[in-house]
Ligand binder design. Structure first.
Ligand code: HAM
Length: 422
């Protein structure tokens, strides 16, 4: 039966056992991030549209084409968050978080929204696991953040990871690069796509994000940012690379990596996972030293990353051959010719003692109940009939060996709780 309604295109339901793997990934993130002193932040799914236009940038694909933007009942323009760096920066400024001491280390896990063409690994509602370090400008912060990211992925059984690294320079370097890129592209402007022609005027760096095959061809031989780097930006990059090397983090400089968001400055990075086809970037990040000031906050630097959790989960499942944990508790109470509420009360006693247990909620034959329990992979069934109820006993049946034993109720509970021999 198809039912009358379907989930919105680009969104999906995650149902156990998938959710067990998602929880495993998230628990691992929480554990690893806590080890580096990160605390969780939860920002709203809705933000003022302005926030993303100002930070991510008007000319980016995200702001120009992919946001879920609408007017609320009072006509205010709101947007479902397409990313969280801007939202975290907003919250940091609004809550005056610098008063808690710097650097601030914050992580988040949750849904984000982009109106993209759905395909494997790309959804309109997707989840990111992200981290932001605000208030420290030095290369050691870049190194520690990337190290934490790599350790997290390793904890999920990824190995031989290579971090793709680049620098987009400081303000001075980027201004010089913009000029160089514009000078290179201007003679070919007539052949560029309409989007790129406009970007050439408004924001030449964003021409580099174009996926148009014609644009890609015209971009061959374009100047690289490295040639326009200021001394300070070059030194920062060298220090980050040396630091990563000292910590044993494999990385490769990718001179064409610029990331499609405007707020980046200096270090940018990505990690890709094989086997995910076109959507193989599982994480992207970088430094955003001017962002807080641009949003009207204190002039504090920042660096962070966001992992595409949907892609990470898919890659993890392939990597470790994920086997779901058993869903059903090992212990199941089966009433024989008694009211289901009596079995429920025994199961509840067990649960109160810390033993995960279920009971038959509707009467059916013992044979059917035992068959069901075996199919669900239970290890023990507790049988309870009128005679047992009267005598204050229960019967424990071991489903693996078939052995069964009748015991006083309290002793049985004690034994199932691990207090006696099994
Ligand atoms: P981003 O590169 O736009 O960066 O997104 C980060 C990751 O989110 C991507 O590498 C990808 O894995 C995942 N992702 C993006 N769009 C989708 C989608 N439609 N479906 C599935 N996964 C997707 C940012 O968002 C920055 N805020 C990262 C950052 C944090 N930079 C500094 N701090």
């Amino acid at each position: 039966m198809a039912g009358r309604y379907r989930s919105v295109k680009g969104t999906r339901d995650l149902v156990w056992p998938e959710t067990a793997l998602w929880n495993h990934v998230e628990e691992t993130a929480r554990r690893v991030f806590a080890g580096y002193g990160y605390g969780e932040i939860r920002t709203p799914l809705l933000e003022p549209t302005e926030l993303f236009a100002r930070s991510v940038g008007e000319e980016t694909d995200i702001v120009g084409k992919e946001m879920y933007t609408f007017a609320d009942r009072k006509g205010r323009s709101l947007t479902l968050r397409p990313e969280s760096t801007a939202a975290v920066a907003r919250a940091f400024i609004e809550r005056g978080l610098e008063s808690r001491g710097l650097p601030a280390k914050l992580f988040y896990i949750g849904p984000h929204f982009r109106y993209e063409r759905p395909q494997r690994g790309r959804y309109r509602q997707f989840s990111q696991i992200g981290a932001e370090l605000i208030g420290d400008p030095g290369p050691a912060s870049d190194v520690e953040l990337v190290l934490m990211l790599v350790r997290f992925l390793e904890a999920l059984a990824f190995d031989e990871l290579t971090v793709l690294l680049n620098t987009v320079g400081d303000t001075e370097s980027r201004a010089a690069y913009r000029d160089a890129l514009r000078a290179f592209l201007l003679p070919k402007a007539g052949e560029l796509s309409a989007d790129s022609r406009r970007r050439l005027e408004t924001n030449p760096l964003r021409v580099l994000d174009s996926k148009d095959p014609g644009d890609r061809e015209l971009l061959e031989g374009a100047p690289e940012l490295a040639a326009s780097l200021s001394t300070a930006a070059g030194e920062h990059f060298a220090a980050v690379r040396a630091g990563l090397e000292a910590c044993g983090v494999a990385h490769r400089v990718e001179p064409r990596l610029v990331r499609g968001l405007d707020y980046y400055a200096l270090t940018v990075f990505e990690i890709t996972a094989g086997g995910l086809g076109a959507q193989d970037a599982i994480v992207g990040g970088g430094r955003y030293d001017g962002l807080l000031a641009a949003l009207g906050g204190p002039d504090l630097p920042g660096i962070g990353f966001a992992i595409g959790e949907d892609r990470l989960v898919e890659a993890t499942a392939e990597k470790v051959g994920w086997r779901e944990p058993p869903l059903w508790p090992a212990v199941h109470v089966v009433g024989v010719d008694i009211a289901p509420i009596e079995s429920l009360r025994l199961a509840e006693e067990l649960r109160q003692r810390g033993v995960a247990a279920t009971s038959e909620l509707a009467p059916r034959s013992v044979k059917a109940a035992l068959k069901g329990a075996a199919r669900e992979g239970r290890s023990r069934v507790v049988l309870l009939g009128p005679d047992e109820l009267a005598a204050g006993t229960v019967t424990i049946k071991d489903l693996e060996t078939g052995d069964q034993e009748t015991l006083p109720r309290s002793e049985a509970i004690e034994r199932l709780a691990g207090g006696g021999e099994a």
